[in-house]
Design a binder for this molecule. Structure first.
Ligand code: FES
Length: 80
């Protein structure tokens, strides 16, 4: 999906750059995302944040991970 229409930057490109540890500013400089009208900035920032190693919530978007967490909670009497 194209996130930045002005610069034709896709979500995959943003995620690929974020996964190697680039910050939003790095991604912006490298890909040009959010450098024209700025309408894509919040979406692009969210993508980078979700890929950050310091943002473990991203793992919960994986359906298998959610089931695993729920399974662990059930096995531990509801305590995760
Ligand atoms: S849509 Fe990204 S700068 Fe315009």
């Amino acid at each position: 999906m194209i996130v930045c229409v002005c610069n034709r930057v896709s979500d995959r490109e943003i995620v690929r750059h974020a996964h190697v540890g680039m910050s939003f500013d790095d991604v912006q400089l490298e890909l040009g995302v959010a450098t024209c009208c700025g309408a894509c900035e919040s979406c692009a920032r969210d993508l980078v944040a979700q890929c950050s190693p310091a943002h473990p919530v991203a793992a919960l978007h994986d359906e298998g991970a959610v089931r695993s967490v729920r399974g662990d909670a059930a096995a531990n009497g509801g305590v995760v």
